[in-house]
Design a protein around this ligand. Structure first.
Ligand code: FAD
Length: 323
């Protein structure tokens, strides 16, 4: 049975985030020939409408209010609750991003809907939509079927394979004013604390350093390798705690959960809390001078050696690979 699916579009500094296209791809699957509405808070450009259409949006619904220019929990919760109440879709999908994780449960609670969070896969079998999600810090995966009512799920970035963009598609744009009141937080300034332009949660390649890098300067070879690979730089909590790098780089149970195609762990022992954030990476390479380090149990490729010798050698070799 075809469905009407609503997704929320996320952008950063005027650029649509990749997770928006992944959520649209999942929505197309669930819609099974039905309609997909992409909801934008604030404003959207013609070029963005075209991009959203190419990835599966039939309608781009702009929810307008002056207080939606920057994210706030109250603003997005109120606005999106109204949008879902108005559109009455069969399914709602949001990226499992920092902000999606914040407002999705609030909207679900207000609408009296169950929420399947942090989904890494979506399949459709006949009329049934089946979500896959990790449990026990990624050690097991469970599948969930919604048998009645409105489907509401958040989708983990970097897990849904993007559909080929269809350049022949177009989308209709609708605009509605939403009522947003009593926002209890005031955003005065946004200070970005990332090491580079690549978002860790969306990165295809991550090079991470642990306590084994020994100092802030010790991150230099890690950053150099990341630059050559076009990768983001991550870290273990021990490296952050020691002041070698910023907490925004922390991967793990209390840091960011990442699923890149390639994760290179340098001088990281592989504590269970670190594995919780990266063990679902498609390929893991571990560089550690201790052959018994637990990280080697989850690694696809292991290099036993001193990271200060191995990482520069890898950088030199990767430099020789044509772009
Ligand atoms: P270590 O365990 O000290 O390992 C350093 C590794 O570097 C060793 O294996 C060593 O052999 C290797 N090494 C040293 N020198 C070199 C060299 N020159 N070349 C190559 N290898 C070298 N941790 C996280 O990462 N993320 C989290 O989100 C997180 N959340 C936590 C939540 C809780 C509630 C708790 C209790 C802990 C959490 N931790 C988290 C901490 C976690 O338990 C570990 O302490 C931490 O992951 C260890 O970091 P590490 O591997 O860098 O350091």
């Amino acid at each position: 049975m075809s469905k009407h699916v609503v997704v929320v579009v996320e952008s950063r500094e005027g650029t649509l985030r990749n997770v928006s296209f992944e959520v649209l791809t999942a929505a197309q699957k669930i819609a099974s020939g039905g309609n997909v509405t992409a909801v934008v808070f604030g404003a959207v450009t013609e070029e963005q409408v075209q991009q959203l259409a190419q990835y599966g949006a039939d309608t781009v619904h702009v929810a307008q209010h002056a207080d939606l220019q920057t994210y706030s929990t109250d603003g997005y919760t109120q606005a999106f609750t109204q949008v879902v109440e108005t559109i009455k879709p069969d399914a709602v999908l949001i990226g499992h991003t920092a902000i999606g994780r914040d407002y999705a449960p609030r909207v679900a609670a207000r609408l009296g809907l169950g929420l399947i969070s942090d989904c890494t896969g979506v399949t459709v079998e006949g009329d049934e939509v089946i979500f896959t999600r990790p449990i026990y810090a990624g050690k097991l995966f469970q599948t969930k079927k919604v048998t009645s009512g409105t489907i509401f799920a958040t989708i983990r970035p970097n897990n849904i394979e993007l559909a080929e963009p269809d350049t022949s598609r177009t989308a209709q744009v609708t605009e509605t004013a939403v009522d947003v009141t009593n926002i209890r937080t005031v955003i005065q300034n946004i200070v970005r604390k990332t090491t580079g332009t690549i978002d860790l949660t969306e990165a295809k390649i991550i090079v991470s350093g642990g306590r084994g890098v020994k100092s802030a300067d010790g991150f230099a070879p890690i950053k150099e390798l990341a630059d050559v690979l076009g990768a983001a730089v991550g870290a273990s909590r021990a490296a952050c705690d020691a002041g070698y790098c910023d907490y925004s780089m922390q991967v793990g149970q209390t840091g960011k959960v990442v699923t890149p195609d390639l994760y290179i762990a340098c001088g990281i022992s592989g504590a269970v809390q670190h594995l919780a954030g990266m063990s679902n990476s498609k390929i893991i390479i571990a560089i550690n001078k201790d052959p018994d380090a637990p990280i080697f149990k989850v690694a696809d490729y292991g290099i036993v050696g001193d990271l200060f010798e191995v990482v520069p050698l890898l950088t030199e070799e990767f430099k020789k690979v044509p772009a």
